[in-house]
Design a protein. Structure first.
Length: 232
């Protein structure tokens, strides 16, 4: 299905739902992006409910979200599944993300943590100081995987810096070489995976939690770009 036809179908669907359900929904958009699942092959994120910062004084009623359906992900699944039900999948995705918005309105406090994670991620991208564990306040999308905006973070607590890290992305094995002399905490922006996320794929190596964390002075994280090796 062409993107224009998909957008028209989604617009029609929004008119079939009670208008009060969309209170606080700033927009329902269709994106051309393809969003692969971080660990499962042939699985794609079809949509998201993205919280929009409105300030702590806004209260529950001021919570706003943007719902996005990913046309590229629908196309990817349609190529894999014969007789793919575009309308059925779009309806399920739209109503699922709308439920997320209504749940967020009921738990407005959770949005403040997500907003702070997004702010810290902006600081990281701009080369400014940031809190190393900010991504843990993002959305948990798979065991050990977190999402903040378009970026995906793989959390790996370690006892010491390894020379090599093996991981799985979208069902395929990969490995990266850790730069010599690197220290913890360490952010590795991975390049070269098949079907990358819309933003960055970042492996975060950090010390395993211990009681000494209460006394250890925080160390600014290192940040390196590394190339992925398919097959580990």
């Amino acid at each position: 299905m062409r993107r224009a036809d998909f957008e028209a179908m989604v617009r029609d669907m929004t008119r079939e739902l009670p208008p009060e359900y969309f209170a606080g929904v700033a927009a329902v958009d269709v994106s051309p992006k393809t969003v692969p699942h971080p660990t499962r092959a042939e699985i794609y994120t079809l949509g998201e409910c993205i919280p929009l910062p409105t300030g702590p004084e806004s209260g529950d009623e001021g919570v706003q979200s943007r719902i996005v359906l990913y046309h590229g992900s629908f196309q990817a699944l349609a190529r894999l599944e014969q007789g793919f039900d575009w309308r059925g999948e779009a309806w399920e995705t739209l109503t699922h993300e709308l439920r997320h918005h209504l749940e967020w309105k009921a738990r407005a406090g959770d949005l403040e943590s997500y907003d702070e994670a997004a702010e810290q991620n902006f600081a990281r991208l701009d080369g400014e100081p940031f809190y190393p564990l900010f991504y843990l306040d993002g959305e948990s999308i798979a065991p050990g995987w977190y999402q903040v905006d378009d970026d995906r973070f793989h959390d790996l607590p370690v006892g010491e810096v390894p020379a090599r890290v093996e991981f799985s992305w979208h069902g395929a094995p990969y490995a990266v070489t850790v730069p010599a002399g690197a220290t913890l905490p360490l952010f590795l922006s991975v390049k070269g995976v098949d079907e990358p996320p819309p933003g960055e794929l970042v492996i975060v190596l950090r010390r395993k939690p211990s009681v000494w964390d209460l006394f250890r002075k925080g160390t600014p994280p290192e940040h390196h770009e590394v190339d992925a090796i398919r097959g580990g």
